[in-house]
Design a protein around this ligand. Sequence first.
Ligand SMILES: Nc1ncnc2c1ncn2[C@@H]1O[C@H](COP(=O)(O)OP(=O)(O)O)[C@@H](O)[C@H]1O
Ligand SMILES: [Mg+2]
Length: 249
Amino acid sequence: MIISMVNQKGGVGKTTTAINLAASLKRKNYRLMFIDADPQGSATQWHAVENNNAFEILHHPEPLQKTEIEEISANCDYVVIDGPPAIGHITKSILAVTDLAIIPLSPSSLDIWSCWGTLEIIDEVRAFNPELKIKLLINRKIPGTRVGRDAREALEIFQVDILDTELCQRVAYIDSLTSGVSVMQYAPSSKAADEIERLCEEILPQIAMEEAQTEVQNQYEVSNGEVPHEEVSHEEPIEIPLWQNAYRG
Ligand SMILES: Nc1ncnc2c1ncn2[C@@H]1O[C@H](COP(=O)(O)OP(=O)(O)O)[C@@H](O)[C@H]1O
Ligand SMILES: [Mg+2]
């Protein structure tokens, strides 16, 4: 299962969410690989602070090949990908292999407007990855204000699922990253740690449900004498999407 944080805008919380979500999955004993696809390598720098061995991290600031990601995910329950702050070949290649794309954004009009661009690219990539699921995540909500609620209403225009869990603006997110750990390690009983655990628990059943649906569909197709999707997909000529060729010049 591949979960990616994408948003063409920087500073919306892709890296913060990716690191903490990965840490939460790891604490639940899932086998996990973290791919830092951002050329700036923020997650990789975070990982180096404490020589953190909470989970393995791979800095891969170039388009992902389908075969590469298949190899990595064969040995993992989850692959968490931290996307770059731009929409280009890297983000498109990430979306082409992702099961669940989370789009973090702050409850500000600037972030909400910039979401259109990210959603347009997602629509484009759907041709290669029709099963791609998308969820918006409200991050940096200021507790005790109506801003988060207003943003939720404004985001309905996109007709995309919005995660119930919201992450607030909290010092623990900043300080934990500086210390090279997750918010659960840094402040286990903090509100930030609670938000991340709730986020993880909200996402996991949805993933499990989708996996079960795919399983049922495959069984149905097998019982109808059809070849299951997975076997078909190996034959499909989408191994290297066009934008990757373009990127590699
Ligand atoms: N919920 C939050 N509360 C406080 N600070 C946050 C929160 N989310 C992100 N930040 C801070 O905002 C900055 C940008 O976040 P980051 O995760 O690097 O965004 P992106 O990866 O989208 O560029 C970082 O300094 C991070 O510590
Ligand atoms: Mg980042």
